[in-house]
Design a protein around this ligand. Sequence first.
Ligand code: Z5A
Length: 212
Amino acid sequence: MRQGFFVVVEGTEGAGKSTLVKRLAARFGERGEAPVLVREPGGTPVAEKIRQLLLDPAHPIEAVSELYLFLAARADLVATVIRPALEAGRVVIADRFQLSTEAYQCGGRGLDRTLFRTANRAATGGLEPDLTLVLDLPPDMGFGRIRAAGQGLDRIEQAGQAFHQRVAQVFRAATGPGIVHLDAGLPPDQVGQLAWQQVLARLPEAREAQGR
Ligand code: Z5A
């Protein structure tokens, strides 16, 4: 059976995650491969309903409730879309995954990392991305892009400058197996090219060729 490949794109708002996901999908398309594209929170009927609840600025959500809502959406997405696709040998590209929870709910909201790790493992069944591309961009630049694009701010985007600085700090400091940082201040073509090089180096056939 072919091995699946799981790529995650992470970073602060306006860093260019959606833009990069589309570019990577196009590159896979050129190789005759149609990746499964997902975004978090969302990607299943249940998770999309949870997304509406989470992003709606009309009501506050307590931090632990917020954590479990993100994880409930993730559990549904992993069980019904991501894991079956990987088991079928497909490429999956996710716009945000577990590093976002660590950044927003632990860094931003101040929740305990042990609580997050334990609960997140229950939600994902221990699934880890093969590659996590972290788009590094100062939050004020990302918000500048969002304003320039004329988009409104959702509940979490409205959380204030200090919150978003703490979130950005977690993204900047992230290290670990398969985590790669890219300068999101570069033009989209260059970000896309650098990201694609990272993907190519980690595809199952590249690992096999290198005896890894
Ligand atoms: N969240 C959480 O708290 N905990 C979790 O566990 C998870 C998520 C999974 C989801 O919001 C919110 O949920 C998010 C984190 C939280 N909230 N906040 N704050 P979302 O999915 O709706 O929004 P987002 O993830 O923040 O995405 P975004 O605002 O759409 O940004 P983006 O996808 O990174 O950027 P983009 O849409 O590709 O680009 C934004 C603009 O910049 C656009 O006009 C582009 O043309 C432009 N762009 C893109 N790349 C470039 C470059 N390289 N140069 C110049 N301009 C560029």
